[in-house]
Design a binder for this molecule. Sequence first.
Ligand SMILES: *[C@@H]1O[C@H](CO)[C@@H](O)[C@H](O)[C@H]1NC(C)=O
Length: 357
Amino acid sequence: MMLQSFATAIFMISAAIQASGVTVPITDALVHGLVTINVGAGNYMLIVDSGSANTWVGAKTPYQPGPNSKDTGETVTVHYGSGNFSGKVFLDNVDLSSELVVSGQSIGVAKTSTGFNDVDGVLGLGPSDLSSGTTSGGGVVPTVTENLFTEGAINSNLVAISLEPSTSTHEGEIIGEISFGEVDSSKYTGDINYTPITLTSPASTFWGLDASFQYGASRANVLSTTAGIIDHTTSLLLLATDAFKDFQKLTGATPDTNTGLLKVPSTETLESLFFQVKEVTYEITANALIWPRALNSIIGGEAAGIYLVVGDHGSPSGSGLDFVIGYSILRRFYTVLDTGNHRIGIATTPHTHDTTN
Ligand SMILES: *[C@@H]1O[C@H](CO)[C@@H](O)[C@H](O)[C@H]1NC(C)=O
């Protein structure tokens, strides 16, 4: 979990949605997705985070230990771009669905947390090394995915995440799924193209990859091949400052002080942004570059304003983490976070070219 531009736009859902099979539904909280899972004797709504590795509960609904709950005596603290939590480490059973049960999962139980007002905690899908140094016991905390694999509940040590753009302002609608241990071929089009996790630090500690970005039919260079990451809890597409400025020039966008986003006067001149991973090019359509207009008021924008989902990462390119492909963009693609093969898969979906704005 990295930067969060709209940390306040987190919404509750009323109904708990319990899954069966190897997939778990994701509900929409506008700037990230949520899953509802059982931990111990309780049911919790957790943020789906591919940018951190600790799974924890208790921010809102207090932790209810199950019969197999074990207090390890360790403490845990995790700092995020937009908050933190601190508490105790328990081992307990986690039921993601009827088929996906982990026994003895290390979970955090929050004593204090900041920035998690309407959710219970986080499902950390990041590489487990991201948990290094978070617990008093030291070492790395295996993720839920890794434990599912070790315990034989899934055949491959991976998760695949499907999302789609929202067609309404109805928070809590199901807009995707996490598929544990296998890909769901009904959720993508064409092939999944895989790329190894980047060797460039610090992107290499996340779901990091090497990619370049080009704008428009002329394919004007925005960012030459460099390392960045995929993060389902960053709301926007963040680019290194120099690339962000180039994107701003190419689109003619201006910063809007009310929303903190870029704004363009009309959609007419807006073109697609492309990103290339090895020899494969993916299109982020002009429509996908626009913040959902139905949600303009939530971010303090004008109802008819055209705001863009591209933001400034705040450091110059060459920092080792030059872009973050966040939730707004990931709603148009299928992603495979493949721990076992140390690689990331990306595919287009039936929604890559949707016109929702
Ligand atoms: C979490 O963040 C808040 C607000 O920035 C801060 O006051 C608190 O000390 C932090 N807690 C931890 C455990 O770092």
